[in-house]
Ligand binder design. Structure first.
Ligand code: 9WN
Length: 442
């Protein structure tokens, strides 16, 4: 890639982040997702930090204005109550059933992967010795620790060090084949579901989105959450969907680590974080490694078994840096084989599995921020060739098609396409590309 091409990409990416800024926060993309999303904002914050530090700090500050009294940071902050083009809207969530939900901004009632610890560390590493950033770290650190404490208090009833999610939206990988079995166990009686109308499939191509059957179950689980005032004890007792997700726990571990690093530098007490971390790392390796597949997998707490499928969350465990080298090498072998088989890196689901669907959302396509995550992991483990391929592939796709939500992973099919999949001018795609192209440390 020439310097000129890199500069063009950087300019485009910065323009997308400016265009998607709504005053203090960034929407993931116009129209399809017109609010502030939790883990998107984490990714966006460190991309912004490369060229607009005030915007980067506002992004996280604004996100944490949605933090609940129990510490949870919700997956959506509905900053505009007039905007009604997204389903489910704030009225459907009715977060007020929980007395600790803020009145403003109104929010959803579930959460998303806790990326904010490592996002904060990344911003700090870009601006060491900057007083404003140091104050920002001091301000954000306790809020993010509170968020982590929420997980260990509310989402880990057996005190294992592995936290559960109870809605696929919490995983960030909504319709991944990982959830198929648990979702199929939810028997839907339409009369018991409130009437609802999807909006997403009017804006994006329905063949690139989750199915109606998925949405029925998303609504079912939302209602279950609401009935339990979101995070009441009834969730762990009764939710048919109760999963210890690989990616979610890997990100928690990575962010714990980032907070420990920052805490030591800033003289915060990190003993609580260290206790959580010791428990989480040990259990992650014990319970979520699948020797047969050679990858980490999620664990279904309802069925009491591993979800033995080869999926991107298991690969992204490399990013958490808690993986012994022997295991990391097996994951790297899997990635190397994909390159040989004529796939761009990295499909979100195993192309050899019949459930692979190269254009339907989290069932196969490539997501730019996931490449960013795995790239960082590969660098840490010294898998330089795989890292280079991950970077090359995502830069190539973005250069060819634009900053899409996700992309076709099969090279042969990709050649015949004129665009990516899902939403366009996507914020975390822009942010991940900026971070990959800019020098990492100032
Ligand atoms: C539901 C915003 C979000 C991402 C998720 C992605 C998608 C929402 C949706 O968009 O989910 O949260 O309506 O499909 O799956 O990871 O945070 O970009």
């Amino acid at each position: 890639m020439t310097d000129q091409q890199k500069q063009t990409l950087l300019d485009q990416a910065k323009n997308i982040l400016r265009k998607n800024n709504r005053g203090g926060f960034t929407v993931p993309t116009d129209r399809l997702y017109p609010f502030q999303w939790n883990w998107d904002s984490g990714f966006v914050s460190f991309g912004l930090a490369h060229f607009d530090l005030p915007a980067a700090m506002s992004e996280l500050r604004t996100l944490f204005t949605g933090q609940w009294e129990n510490g949870m940071v919700p997956h959506i902050l509905f900053h505009s109550e007039k905007e009604t083009t997204y389903f489910p809207n704030y009225q459907i969530w009715n977060a007020a059933v929980n007395a600790g939900a803020p009145q403003k901004p109104v929010t959803s009632g579930i959460t998303q992967p806790p990326v904010h610890g490592f996002a904060l560390e990344r911003i700090y590493n870009l601006y060491r010795e900057n007083k404003e950033v140091e104050n920002f770290v001091r301000e954000m650190f306790p809020k993010i620790v509170r968020f982590h404490r929420f997980f260990y208090e509310y989402r880990d009833p057996r005190k294992e060090g592995l936290v559960f999610i109870y809605h696929p939206w919490e995983s960030g990988r909504d319709n991944s084949p990982l959830w198929d079995e648990a979702m199929a166990n939810i028997k839907i009686n339409k009369n018991e579901l409130p009437p609802y109308e999807r909006q997403d499939n009017k804006i994006a191509d329905p063949s690139e989105r989750p199915t109606d059957a998925d949405y029925d179950r998303y609504v079912y689980l939302l209602e279950l959450g609401k009935k339990n005032k979101y995070d009441g004890p009834g969730i762990a007792a009764n939710s048919p969907f109760l999963i210890q997700d690989t990616l979610f726990n890997a990100i928690l571990i990575k962010s714990n680590n980032a907070l420990i690093n920052l805490g030591i530098q800033f003289d915060f007490d990190v003993s609580e974080l260290e206790d959580w971390q010791a428990m989480s790392v040990g259990r992650f390796n014990e319970k979520l490694w699948n020797e047969e597949l050679g990858i980490y997998v999620s664990y279904d707490l309802r069925a009491e078994k591993q979800i033995a499928l080869n999926e991107i969350g298991g690969i992204a465990a490399l990013f958490a840096e808690c993986v012994p080298f022997e295991q990391a090498e097996k994951i790297n072998n899997y990635l190397t084989n994909l390159i040989k088989k004529d796939f761009f890196l990295c499909p979100t689901f195993d192309p050899a599995d019949p459930k692979f669907d190269s254009k339907r959302y989290w069932r196969g396509p490539i997501w730019p921020h996931m490449n960013w995550l795995i790239y960082q992991g590969c660098i840490k483990y010294g898998f330089d060739q795989t890292a280079a391929q991950l970077k090359k592939d995502i830069l190539g796709l973005v250069t060819q098609f634009g900053f899409y939500e996700y992309y076709e992973p099969q090279k042969k099919i990709s050649q015949q396409l004129k665009k990516g999949y899902g939403g366009n001018d996507f914020s975390w795609a822009a942010s991940s590309i900026i971070d990959l192209l800019m020098k990492n440390e100032k």
